[in-house]
Design a protein around this ligand. Structure first.
Ligand code: WTA
Length: 649
């Protein structure tokens, strides 16, 4: 925690859309008159049929039902493209910066329009209709944005799977979404190395049932296996269709996309976002949080495989007619100056990244930053995990040279857009705090019994009423939606995060309080990693917890009990790491594996993760109550093992 305060600079208070007084006024109206506030705000979109009412939502147990602008109709691609053509057809919509610094492309709104319409016609040609799901497994190339927008053009629902997921993870997501069309590329390219996307997609489809088509973008041109009749080159298909595809009329509450994300239990769940409220919220938060003005060059370094890429590379910026930069590569290739070189190359003015990247570049040394100019930068952003004050100060002083406010934005896949964040012209900054809620967002803290906490307090972060960007359901499982988010504290949306509120009413996210961990800003369920581990023939039982990791924020700590007669050695550890990478993907690689003859369990057989977390954190003095353990000796053994290993390391 840091007690420093950075007041809003005078020029920001003057030129930003929202200053402190306007924030107070608008926020007050947004919560006292949500209907009026959002009815007005909804006008920022272009509707085919206007809505007659903004809000119709209920968080009541057994009847969670969230609808916004429900009788309105619109088309997302028309909002992100067509309506800009008259005024900014020749303005660059997307700047694409390749993995290789010599490869780049700029795409104007007019070009985007042509390419998206043609792409949409290819989908139509292969039978994709309104409401059908399309799985997208692409690298960070412009075709990813074309594919998303092409789906929205015809009302198809996209499900993007991050390229770092394994064939098995991809297969599960294709099957759950029941997609019959999969869009991928021959290969991706990251840090100079190819990523075998088509090969992974082939392996995934080999295990899927039903008729599928695979549309393949030629990215690297290296040879790939081909299944005639199923596989289609996108560039060939594009030649066979017309360049005109009028936008479908879509209901505000029709689904826009499904995005799978990890929870505390079971398989990843398909978070569903709908059309009107989501787009409005993404667009409005993008404009005000980043204070986006015409002429800004805006760069969010996320991948479109995550929600940040959906809302803040594609939908928010394009709905606002912005210029958005899309980066294919990694922050450290060809050198750890890459981010800053790209900032200079394209004169980026707004830069939005994750604490894990900031920490790793901070570790690479100031010289790598200082050899760039960065004079174009005026605002910095952070997302994905709590940012530690040291990293914040470095980002502020070294990257931003003390002249760029930092917006530390707290939100989630389920929230659709930014929920708690400074507005740069309105909010004094405190390093490490997400500060204050966005318009219409009513955060609150509750204790474990669900009692609301007032004033300065620490507790579980809940949101008291609906906002337009909120997810509406879990795909095909509304019951799980209600149970996951609305049953812990009935009548409130529970975020799964812990949080502190200080005397100034500033919010400080402390991290997840459930069995979700956040590794390099990637969200992961410990249950998923456990289930991958126990599927290994030598593993009897596994318990996975997060532990503090200098660069990643949290690392993956695995306690493993082997089946009788098996020996835990370094060879088996390597084998287990490879196994998890195969099952889930490289992003789930275990950082530490500890073999143990037993795990701490209650007498009813429940693993006491609280104790395992403390041991992983080396916090042996705070194990809490161990009297309910079936066999307390297990804990001593785990601690001795952990200490021995640290001694050896
Ligand atoms: C964490 C990413 C602290 C949090 C947009 C949340 C953060 C989870 C912040 C959602 C932040 C995200 N400060 N923690 N600024 N932003 N988180 O769904 O634990 O991938 O619940 O969405 O990331 O991760 P998700």
């Amino acid at each position: 925690m840091s007690d420093k305060v950075y007041p809003v600079p005078a020029e920001w208070a003057e030129r930003a859309y929202i200053n402190a007084d306007q924030y107070r006024e608008l926020y007050e109206r947004s919560v006292s008159d949500p209907e009026g506030f959002w009815s007005d705000a909804g006008k920022r979109l272009e509707w085919i049929k206007p809505y007659s009412r903004a809000k119709n939502t209920s968080f009541q147990p057994g009847n969670v039902d969230i609808r916004w602008f429900e009788d309105g109709t619109l088309n997302v691609s028309a909002n992100c493209i067509d309506r800009h053509l008259a005024t900014r057809g020749d303005q660059v919509a997307i700047i694409w910066e390749g993995d290789n610094p010599n490869e780049s492309e700029t795409i104007t709104y007019r070009q985007l329009s042509e390419r998206v319409q043609r792409f949409a016609n290819v989908l139509k040609k292969h039978g994709v209709k309104k409401g059908d799901r399309v799985t997208i497994y692409l690298p960070m190339i412009p075709e990813a944005a074309y594919a998303m927008l092409a789906c929205t053009r015809i009302g198809a629902v996209h499900s993007i799977v991050f390229g770092g997921f394994s064939p098995d993870s991809l297969q599960n997501r294709i099957e759950d979404a029941e997609s019959s069309v999969i869009i991928t590329a021959d290969e991706g390219l990251r840090g100079g190395k190819p990523v075998p996307l088509k090969k992974n997609a082939d392996a995934a489809l080999a295990k899927c049932t039903g008729d599928k088509k695979m549309l393949v973008v030629r990215r690297t041109g290296n040879p790939v296996a081909w299944t005639p009749g199923r596989d289609l080159w996108l560039h060939e298909e594009l030649e066979s269709v017309s360049g005109e595809c009028p936008p479908e009329e879509i209901g505000a509450e029709d689904p826009l996309f499904v995005l799978y994300t990890s929870g505390s239990t079971g398989k990843p769940k398909g978070v569903v976002h709908t059309t009107g409220g989501y787009l409005l919220y993404a667009s409005m938060t993008h404009q005000y949080v980043f204070d986006y003005h015409d002429g800004d060059i805006y760069w969010c370094t996320a991948d479109v495989g995550w929600v940040t890429g959906h809302s803040y590379i594609v939908y928010g910026p394009l709905a606002n007619g912005a210029t958005t930069l899309m980066f294919e590569g990694v922050p450290t290739y060809p050198s750890a100056s890459r981010f800053w070189d790209v900032v200079d190359k394209w004169k980026v003015s707004i830069f939005y990244t994750a604490p894990t990247a900031i920490r790793s570049l901070m570790g690479a040394g100031d010289d790598l930053v200082k050899r760039s100019s960065r004079s174009s930068l005026r605002l910095l952003g952070s997302v994905g995990e709590p940012i530690n004050p040291e990293a914040w100060e470095w980002y502020y002083n070294v990257v931003g040279e003390g002249r760029c406010p930092i917006v530390d934005t707290w939100w989630q896949t389920e929230t659709g857009g930014i929920m708690i964040s400074p507005l740069p012209g309105a909010t004094d900054l405190k390093p490490g705090s997400g500060t204050k809620p966005f318009f219409g967002v009513q955060p609150a803290l509750v204790d474990d019994k669900g009692q609301l906490l007032e004033g300065e307090a620490q507790g579980n972060l809940v949101i008291l009423d609906s906002w337009p960007g909120q997810s509406r359901t879990i795909y095909k499982d509304h019951d799980r939606f209600e149970k996951t988010y609305f049953s812990a504290y009935p009548g409130m949306y529970f975020s799964g995060d812990g949080c502190r509120r200080d005397a100034d009413g500033y919010y400080w996210i402390t991290g997840r309080v459930d069995d979700v961990i956040n590794v390099s800003g990637h969200r992961m369920g410990t249950a998923e990693v456990e289930s991958a581990l126990v599927s290994h023939p030598k593993v009897a039982e596994a318990a996975v917890v997060g532990y503090p990791h200098d660069l990643k924020g949290q690392g993956i700590y695995c306690y493993i009990t082997l089946i009788i007669g098996e020996n835990g050695d370094d060879g088996l550890k390597k084998d287990l790491v490879a196994h998890v990478r195969r099952e889930i993907g490289p992003i789930a690689s275990p950082d530490l594996i500890q073999f143990s003859p037993g795990l701490p369990k209650t007498r009813s057989g429940k693993i006491m993760r609280r104790i395992l977390r403390k041991i992983a954190e080396d916090d042996f003095g705070n194990l809490g109550d161990t009297s309910t353990l079936a066999d307390p000796a297990v804990v001593d053994e785990l601690i001795t093992n952990r200490q021995n290993k640290r001694g050896a390391a």
